[in-house]
Each structure stands twice: as structure tokens, then as C-alpha cells.
Design a protein around this ligand. Sequence first.
Ligand code: KG4
Ligand code: ZN
Length: 325
Amino acid sequence: MNILGIETSCDETAAAVVKDGRYILSNVVSSQVDIHARYGGIVPEVASRQHMVSIIPVIKEAFKNASLSWQDIEAIAVTFGPGLAGSLLVGVNTAKAISAGRGLPLIGINHLHAHIYANWLGEKEPEFPLVCLVVSGGHTDLILMEGHGSFTLLGQTRDDAAGEAFDKAARILGLGYPGGPSIDKAAEGAGNSIELPRAWLKGSSDFSFSGLKTALLRLSQSGMISDINQAAAGFRAAVVDVLVTKTISAARKHHARQILLSGGVAANKLLRQEIVRLSHVPVLIPSPGLCTDNAAMIAACGHYQFRQGSISGLDLDVKPSLSIV
Ligand code: KG4
Ligand code: ZN
């Protein structure tokens, strides 16, 4: 079964065709990162206008790369939240128009569920029960999955999301936008002599990163950072330490057979390395390109939702602040 996936929740316009929820036939991502970089962050109005320019060419390219036509598609999956309202509207309205025009089923997708389903696009199929850490620009959620479509929230951030913390830290250190990749790069090969605090929130699976960010800001304001790379390394180590320790302890507690990572921050080199090194169970992590926003994960998630009969009507509305459960 071939599903067309459409993703426009933030600053990537993406379309992909995925077969049987696991095999990528095409995966096109048009990033707006260069457009927003000059503002140091995403400008919502600019993002939605750019989605309108890109969406049709991106869908056409997805068909071309897969060497398929409309007759080969059986359903359309589209992100309806969470995300920027104006951006989500472009994808959802495009998908609705195609669904009505072509008579194809429409599947509304929770972007955070889709991040988890990026793991079904790898070589090995995930096994339940599993614990998944979803770490993106807006979310840090620890999830227990006991079957398809079953999501139990074990913990979440009480303040900043992990990706947001990376982005803010990069701004403090004068590193480029987006912050995650630039901190990751600066930290590579730098010594770890700057020790920053970790908020353990003992006994809870929740996270907190705002104190860490403030600690970095204080160091910077008091002129105590002489080496930006070392500060980046210290910050990255502190975030990764907490993410890895809490994920593994949740996996032990819930007798998970596997640990999954997902979301943009799962592209982080140290996080990938440390979770594999320290976990007692197998770890699955999407390739870096499937960690950040893409439409293949939307189509993969759509496949499993479709199999469970979860289909949307043409009254599907955008939900900018949709949560994971
Ligand atoms: O999942 P995503 O592409 O978009 C959202 O749904 O939010 O995640 C974007 C976030 C940004 O905060 C970005 O800085 C972070 O993921 N990110 C990283 C890395 N690559 C992207 N954070 C740490 N290390 C990376 N290598
Ligand atoms: Zn995302």
C-alpha cells in the first residue's frame, strides 16, 4: 500500500511516498532554514507563505522521484498538529483538496507520533513494549508504546524542550541557527572541562532544562567562557547525560524490549553514541535525515493509523497545540 505523506508544520515543506509503512519510495524536503537564519529564528508568516510557494513543486518531485502517478497512491497522510497554525493550514488544505479531487482517504497525523514512526523506516522493525524519547524543537516527551497507536506519557519537560535549549544556548554562545547542529559541531573534539548543572528531578521521569540554560547565560555574562567550543561541549554533555539516564531508567522500570529515539535532537552525535553505549536493551534511532522534519515519517505513521481504521473527514482542522497523548 502506497501512502503520500505531506508535512508543513514548521519550516520544512515536505512530501514523500512510503510503501507498507516501511519502505521509502521518495522523500523530498524543501528547507526554509536559509530564509529564517537571517532573523535568528522562524518567522511564522514568512514560513506559511513559503509553504504555499513550495508545496505543489515538492509533491510533484515526490511523484517523479518515486516514478509513480496518482493511480498508485491509496491514501494521503498529513500533519494537522502540533505546529504553526499558518504553516499547518497549507499542508492540511492541500491534502484535503487532493483527497476530495482524487477520492482518496485522508489521514490526519499527530506530528509527534510521526516522529516516533520514523523508526519504522529503518532496517529493523521496532518491537513492543518499547520506550521512546521524543526530543524536538518544541517537545521532550518520554513515551511507552505497548502496541501500534498506544502512547502512554511517562514524562515530559517542565520548561524548555531539549531542542529549544540547544537553540537558546547557541544564541548565548554566538553560534549559528539552528542551534542544535551548530552546538553539536562546535562540541566535537572539544574538551569537557566546563561542568554545567543537571536537573535530575529525582523520582520523576520529567525533564527541566531552563536552569542549565541560565547557568550558561551567567557564565557568559560574567566573562568566564574563554573557549566557546568547550562551553558547547559542556552544555551538550549536560543535556545528553539527563536524556540518556532518564530514558534508560524508564525502559528498565517498564520492562521495555527496546529503546527508540526520535525528533530533531535525536540527530545529536553524542546522544546517539551514549544511549547505545549505556542501554541494556537494543536501541533504534532513525538516520539523521529522518530525525528532523520530513514527510516519510508522516506516511509511515499514516499506514499504521489507516490499518487501525483511523481516517479523517474533510472537516479535519489544524490543531497547533496538539499534545502527544
Ligand atoms: O523535530 P524537528 O526537526 O522539528 C520540530 O518538530 O521541532 O527538531 C528541530 C530541533 C531544533 O531545536 C534543532 O536545534 C534540533 O532539533 N536539532 C539538534 C540537532 N539537529 C537538530 N539538536 C541537537 N543536536 C543536533 N545535531
Ligand atoms: Zn518535528
